[in-house]
Design a protein around this ligand. Structure first.
Ligand SMILES: Cc1cc2nc3c(=O)[nH]c(=O)nc-3n(C[C@H](O)[C@H](O)[C@H](O)COP(=O)(O)OP(=O)(O)OC[C@H]3O[C@@H](n4cnc5c(N)ncnc54)[C@H](O)[C@@H]3O)c2cc1C
Length: 464
């Protein structure tokens, strides 16, 4: 391997790391610390030119190339049988964000995280369709879809992309948009990272500064009441409200605040783009259940990065996602059989996110004119009403229990499974048909046209 890639190191602005090198273990580390990434080599890119050089060198050496921003969804990539013949192209040091205030457009480098974009946009009174976590990579999130706290009013983040710069398998850097390489531009908006190494992304921002948002928290014993009420409540909400409900079992940890440490809880989080008075009216059915803590208040939209209390830094995780067509009373009971009070589960969190509104594919299409963006790409929204994501920490001794707990949850709610999957919350392999349905044929045609030899690898390949 040293021989095959030997010329590459000298051509890089960043660095090439090979098995046995002093920095190897640090360089191959993903955000998800439970994932043991063992590629042929790692390139830590310091420039766009590094992406071009890496693609060309890997092609010459007969290796694949997989781009990675943070490694939040590294598990299905590292599990691929031929991952040991892939150069992992890590982009996490390239984090610049430029804001065009007049045009309301952000241009990001490939390693930018949502915290970077929010910090750059907020001083201008602009908001992005950011993920719930400050350190999720904008790139993987957006190429896979992107469900934000503004999702039910504004749709997927991928629908706001205006242009991308991408190094394709032939080692050429292209700028793609609605009028240039339109098929490729369609494929990368929801098709993930299988089509090239994306080195820059430009997307629309919104003049939103404040929302009414927060969480309500109850002891886990209240889960049946709270989740049944939340499920019924979401059925009648305007698109201006995006919310989640989840069951949490937290270990006693000194770094957690006392109201969380060692406790089992049910939590509802809601973001309302409404006046405080209207938000109070909307939230009344949940408040009637007397939450132990209620933090809902008007706040800067930038503060939403803290709302979900996601892990502040890289963490080991074993989890997966599923979409649901509905959340009937029987669905809630099945969900709680697996993770509710008294359930034997090793899951740390089991979460339900409310979809619909602008996440409906027809609604997404209708919004493109209003948002002054191109027609959506391969994934414009979801034919599903709720998203389930559940995860735990695979510590020694509980790994098997975690796999069994996740399996139990998903088999209990299987009858309500929607016929679609969401790439970003799929942390295990899926067939391309499960992820893209009928649209997979056009996606595969694009892949064949831009990467006939299958040089570019991703966590969710379109050919599988
Ligand atoms: C704690 C946590 C919170 C999350 N919150 C949300 C949320 O609120 N909403 C939501 O929708 N999702 C959320 N997710 C899921 C998240 O969107 C996915 O994990 C997504 O893949 C993360 O992107 P990344 O770039 O950080 O990950 P990575 O693992 O680095 O990338 C995932 C894939 O994206 C592609 N990719 C990344 N960079 C490039 C590039 N430069 N060029 C080409 N392809 C590239 C590759 O195929 C790569 O395998 C969350 C995940 C976690 C763990």
């Amino acid at each position: 391997m040293r021989h095959e890639l030997s010329g590459l190191a000298a051509r890089l602005d960043g660095r090439l790391s090979l098995p046995g090198d002093p920095g190897w273990d640090a360089d191959r580390l993903a955000w998800n610390l439970a994932v043991d990434q063992r590629p042929a080599a790692v390139v830590v890119a310091a420039s766009t030119s590094d992406a071009v050089e890496t693609v060309r060198a890997a092609a010459a050496a007969g290796l694949g190339v997989a781009a990675q921003s943070t490694g939040h969804n590294a598990a299905p990539l590292a599990a691929q049988a031929d991952f040991s013949e892939v150069v992992l192209l890590r982009m996490h040091e390239l984090r610049d964000v430029e804001i065009d205030v007049e045009a309301r457009v952000a241009r990001i480098e490939p390693g930018a995280q949502w915290g970077d974009v929010v910090a750059a946009a907020a001083p201008y009174g602009l908001a992005a369709l950011a993920g719930s976590s400050h350190d999720v990579g904008v790139m993987g999130y957006t190429l896979g879809g992107g469900v934000s706290w503004l999702a039910r009013s504004h749709g997927l983040a991928a629908n706001q992309v205006l242009a991308a710069e991408i190094v394709t398998a032939d080692g050429v850097l292209r700028r793609v948009d609605d009028e240039h390489d339109a098929d490729l531009f369609w494929a990368i908006r929801g098709g993930g990272g299988d089509f090239g190494v994306v080195t820059a992304l430009e997307f629309r921002l919104f003049p939103i500064t404040e929302v009414v948002a927060g969480m309500m928290l109850w002891p886990l014993d209240a889960a049946e009441d709270v989740l049944q009420t939340w499920a019924a409540w979401t059925g009648g909400l305007p698109d201006s409200v995006t919310s989640t409900a989840r069951v949490l079992r937290l270990p006693p940890l000194p770094e957690l605040p006392p109201f969380l440490s060692g406790r089992s809880l049910v939590i509802v989080e809601a973001v309302c783009q409404e006046s405080p008075e209207r938000a109070d009216e909307l939230l009344a059915p949940l408040r009637a259940l007397s939450p132990e803590i209620d933090t809902v208040h008007p706040q800067p939209v930038a503060d939403l990065l803290a709302l979900h209390m996601d892990p502040p830094e890289p963490t080991p995780g074993y989890g997966d996602g599923m979409m649901l067509s509905e959340l009937a009373p029987a669905t809630v009971r099945a969900f709680l059989d697996a993770v509710g009070p008294g359930a034997d589960t090793a899951l740390l969190v089991a979460e339900l996110r409310h979809l619909g509104g602008a996440l409906d594919p027809d609604a997404a299409l209708a919004l493109t004119e209003e948002h002054d963006v191109p027609a959506p790409g391969v994934v414009s929204g979801f034919d599903a009403q709720y998203l389930v994501f559940a995860t735990g920490i695979p510590m020694p001794g509980i790994g098997d229990g975690l796999v069994a707990s996740l399996g139990r949850l998903f088999s209990r709610i299987e009858p309500w499974r929607a016929p679609v999957e969401y790439l970003n919350f799929a942390e295990h392999a899926r067939s391309a048909e499960q992820l893209w349905g009928e649209r997979v044929h056009r996606l595969r045609a694009v892949k064949l046209a831009v990467d006939p030899a299958g040089l570019i690898r991703s966590n969710h390949p379109v050919r599988r």
